[in-house]
Design a protein around this ligand. Sequence first.
Ligand code: FES
Ligand code: FES
Length: 159
Amino acid sequence: MTNPHTAEITVTVNGAEQTLTVRHHWSLLDVLREALGLTGAKRGCDRGECGSCTVLLDRTPVNACQVLAIRADGHDVLTVEGLAPAGELSPLQQAFLDEDGGQCGFCTPGFVMATRALLDGNPSPTDAEIREALSGNLCRCNAYGRILASVRAAAACAS
Ligand code: FES
Ligand code: FES
């Protein structure tokens, strides 16, 4: 008998197709963290205010806590784990490390993913464009100056 509260979805996560049974109210963040064990996207506020859960849905940054998992059916999701599948840091992650772009690091995956989306569309952003692109991401440690430096460095090594 089919369960009226669940649905089967097929989603490509970090290049691998996954078929999962999800409850209708589960968020994409629930599925990534609880069902798939991808804990890079962080649950900060769980209400769309902090950006620590940022992932790319069809290359667009979204707050995974605010996207129903069933909405991801048939779509492509990139998480921070997918940036460096070989276990080494991507140049973007390395730039955050080199420039000390975080303190506790809780917000860092979200900033990294928002930066990835920014640089995909605009490889040489101005500081104003960086601030605008990252305006949905909050850092409780107030590391914004180092984060800005990290994005500048990532852009420089990508160009
Ligand atoms: S946990 Fe999703 S926006 Fe804060
Ligand atoms: S480095 Fe701690 S929240 Fe940003």
